[in-house]
Every structure is written in structure tokens, then in C-alpha cells.
Design a protein around this ligand. Sequence first.
Ligand code: SF4
Length: 339
Amino acid sequence: MNTLLDVKDLKTSFYTYAGEVKAVDGVSFQLDAGEALAIVGESGCGKSVTALSIMGLVQDPGKIVNGQICLNGRDLTLASNKELCGVRGNEIGMIFQDPLTSLNPVLSIEQQMIESLMLHQKLSKRQAITRGIELLKMVGIPAAEDRFYQYPHQFSGGMRQRVMIAMAMACGPKILIADEPTTALDVTIQAQILELMKGVRKSLNTAIVLITHDLGVVAGLCQRVLVMYAGKIVERAPIEDLYYRPKHPYTWGLLGALPRLDAEDNQKRKLTPIWGKPPDLLAPPPGCRFAPRCQYAMKICEREVPPDFEITPQHQAACWLLDPRAPKVEHFPEGSAAL
Ligand code: SF4
């Protein structure tokens, strides 16, 4: 596999009046061409800031303070604003939870799409119109020739998200970053959008980074998962290992809060929320950041940051329970995956 994106020890902080908020604190991962990777965690865990850092879109008072973001070997943290503008759209496309915030309500889809196609792809207006309509067809917009000239408010939520995917794919990016793309949609439409992204990945070999708080939506699309908590990656694993052999208590909590697909079991089993709230990143706990919420916390957890323990070459988790000297605990009461 070719490594397309290599993020090394990324740290992004926000300098507020109260002090430095370390929103992303030493995140490293790789993304291969055509691979689909999920970054999962609660709001405020740093997953969206990781995506914005990759796109060069961190706004003041935020700043990348350390690390490298290498796209095909080129470090984007050293790129100028003009270069980053070229990278966005041409090499990395992004879609957000609410397409209405990204689509301009006073411009038709035609005006919004052809501008980007003419600017980035150097197409004539006629070529841009043809390409724009093709893209709408590709994402399953019916009567694309007519709808191309309509305005965002004339589309339903699911259709607007399809338009956003068409716009993000307009310049044939190698990576599509999707930040909570289905959160605002109902379940049936969610499934259609995920299916569409799967199709885009297969047909165009586009790598996907899916950012979500919901472990339930990643199974059908992604091959690997990074679980983030309080600015750090706490577990990384291929999808099967994460669902069937999770090793971090926070991942157990995320899985325990998911409904299972077989109704009989759902009736017997209570969904267990993760109690407590994430730490204040102005003054995070000195050891494991999950310790105040972890029922398995030991003395060392409060003192020392757990290193990444290797379960297999593809599966690591940062938890002291994986130290050979730690007591063996019965984890994840159901003993199997939530899906
Ligand atoms: Fe819990 Fe300790 Fe593991 Fe942190 S390191 S998740 S506190 S057991």
C-alpha cells in the first residue's frame, strides 16, 4: 500500500485568555491510497481539529505547534496559504455535518460548482457546466440537468449532502475528509450517504477519513479506526479487532453505548452511557486522561501517561491494563462486539 498521508506527532493548541488548550496533543497516523479510516470520539476530543489541521483551516487563536502533515511526502505545515488553497479541493476534499453552512444560500449550485471547476481544473464555462452535471449524476441527484440550476434551499438535507460530496469530488481529490457527514440526517438517508461514499471510494480509489462520534456508522465503510480521547489517540485497530477485541476501557464504553442489531438482545440489554465528562484540556490530568471516568483506574494511571501497548502490529492501545504486571480484568461485559 502507498502511504498518502503521514501525520506525525501533530499538536494543535488554542491560545485563550484562560491559557493554552491542547486540543490535539501528539497525534500520529498514516492513511494509504484508497483506504477508509475512521476517527471516533466524543465532541471536543480533537477529531475535528485534527481534520482542520490537515486542511490548513485552523483559525486564530488556534495554531499547529508541532508535528508534520506529509501529503505524498510534502509537509503541509510548511506550505503557504496559497499552496494550501491549491491542496484543498485539488488534493483533499472536505464535507461537513451541515451542508447549509458550506453552501452559499444565495448562489445556485451551478454558480458554486463551476467557479471551483474553472478555478482549480482550468475548464471553460461550457466544460465546467458539463462536468458539474456529470458530478451531480454521479452522486445520484435525479434530473441533474434541471437541479444544477437550483438553489441550496430547494434540496432536502440528504440531497444537499450529495451536492456537497459532488463539490468535494469536483477536482478529483485523493482524500475525502468527511466530518460527521450523516449526523444531521435520518437513519435511511444516513445509510444512503455512507453507501455513496463507499461507492466513491471504490470507483475513484479516493481515500476517506470519516470523523464521527458514532462507532455504529463506521462498520460498513471503514477498514481501520482511531479512537480519540481528550486530544490523544487511545486505541487504533482494524475494524474487526476494534469491534470484537477492543482493549481500551474508553472503547469498551463507546461500544457499550451502542444498540445491537438483534432486537431480542436489545430488549435484555441496557445501553450503558459513559458516565462523567471529558477533562478540561486547559489542565488535563497528569496521567491517563480517562482516569477520572475509568472504573479500572489504578494508582499508576493517575501519575503516568500510558504508552501505546502493541496487541498486534496493527492494533495498539494506550492503557496500563495492557502492561504484563497489571491485574487481569474482565472487560466489556458482553464479551463481544456491539454490532
Ligand atoms: Fe483506565 Fe488506567 Fe487504562 Fe486509563 S490507563 S484507561 S485509567 S485502566
